[in-house]
Design a protein around this ligand. Structure first.
Ligand code: VTB
Ligand code: MG
Ligand code: MG
Length: 328
């Protein structure tokens, strides 16, 4: 096995494994609530339903939790805001990052790959970033040497270096990129280099996971910028499944810079690796809302509801797919 079972050495303690199943309950419940709003064209209602259900289920878990990545700041939202306590208050002290509806537009349009995502770590294990901050990201599989690509290089340099290490022409490299106007220059570079580009309309947590699972997906590299919270959540998953990612925060306004400083970020230009974004023992759970390439969506039937969840644990390097039937 390529991946070492050993953690990053930050702490010999680890989260109790039974917490993985508790997290599954939380993301399942939120996904069911959001699924009621699939295809209804109302992003806000879908998001609110997911948040409410997540909050209720999270508060039944025996943890002294604290939201470090949430829906926004305390003054902006009622629930799942940064700093809000979560859980019963009795149990291990943990930090929690959530995206109760990753791909809200996908859900509102009933298109593939909207997810409920939650990560849990020991206190201090997740980089604290505000909801409105973006991150430059680059991700490739675990099978390459650590210095194969760099977020400081141009896209052209990166795809050429990756192709060389992989031993294929650049035209056989597939990159995954969020389809946004801000990526026009990046796209042009990739076109010039002859790379095959898979454009994502939303959902770059799944995008990063696809890029490191090259054997399954055929995607070699993730390039571009997306939400910083999604970057931390993707890193939590990579801690469990392997894969390399570098991230650099985009702190392009005085407000974002000062909030980042408050949240403990001292070097605005720092390049973060997976272990800098999510350290110690980390748990990750994602339940599908709409059918997707990562997991199936919620099936709402007359008699029952079926959910599909992928849950991971870094300490044991386990990934489980949990399909559950719930009575209606
Ligand atoms: C990014 C991406 C997310 O929204 O945050 C994106 O990381 C933000 O979209 O996966 P904009 O560029 O339009 O602001 C998602 O696609 C969905 O939350
Ligand atoms: Mg969200
Ligand atoms: Mg999101």
């Amino acid at each position: 096995m390529k991946l070492s079972k050993a953690d990053d050495g930050r702490s010999p303690a680890h989260l109790h494994r039974s917490l993985t199943l508790e997290m599954v309950r939380v993301t399942e419940r939120a996904a069911i609530a959001a699924a009621e709003w699939r295809g209804k064209g109302d992003e806000k209602a879908a998001d609110e339903a997911s948040v409410k259900a997540m909050r209720a289920e999270l508060d039944r878990v025996s943890i002294a939790g604290r939201i470090v990545i949430g829906e926004g700041e305390e003054f902006e939202c009622d629930d799942l805001y940064v700093g809000q306590p979560a859980g019963t208050g009795e149990g291990p002290e943990v930090d929690i990052a959530v995206d109760p509806l990753e791909g809200v537009t996908l859900c509102a349009k009933n298109q593939p790959d909207s997810l409920v995502v939650l990560a849990m770590a020991e206190r201090g294990g997740l980089l604290n970033v505000a909801r409105n901050v973006y991150m430059h990201k680059i991700a490739i599989g675990a099978e390459y040497p650590a210095d194969t690509v760099s977020i400081e290089w141009s896209a052209t340099e990166n795809v050429k270096a990756l192709a060389k290490t992989k031993g294929v022409p650049v035209s056989e490299i597939t990159a995954i990129v969020l389809d946004r106007p801000r990526h026009a220059g990046l796209l042009e570079e990739l076109r010039m280099a002859g790379v095959s580009v898979k454009l994502l309309s939303d959902g770059d947590i799944a995008g990063v996971i696809h890029a490191v699972n090259t054997e399954d997906t055929g995607v070699d590299i993730y390039l571009g910028s997306g939400g910083a919270p999604e970057g931390v959540l993707a890193a939590a998953a990579l801690r469990c499944i392997g894969g390399q990612m570098q991230g650099k925060l985009i702190l392009d306004t005085p407000d974002k810079r000062s909030r980042a400083r408050e949240m403990g970020i001292t070097d605005a230009n720092r390049v973060y690796n997976v272990g800098d974004l999510a350290s110690g023992d980390v748990l990750f759970s994602a339940t599908g809302i709409t059918d997707g390439s990562l997991i199936e969506g919620v099936k709402l039937r007359r008699q029952w509801v079926e959910t599909s969840t992928v849950v991971m644990r870094s300490w044991s390097q386990t990934t489980r797919w949990i399909k559950a039937r719930h009575a209606r």
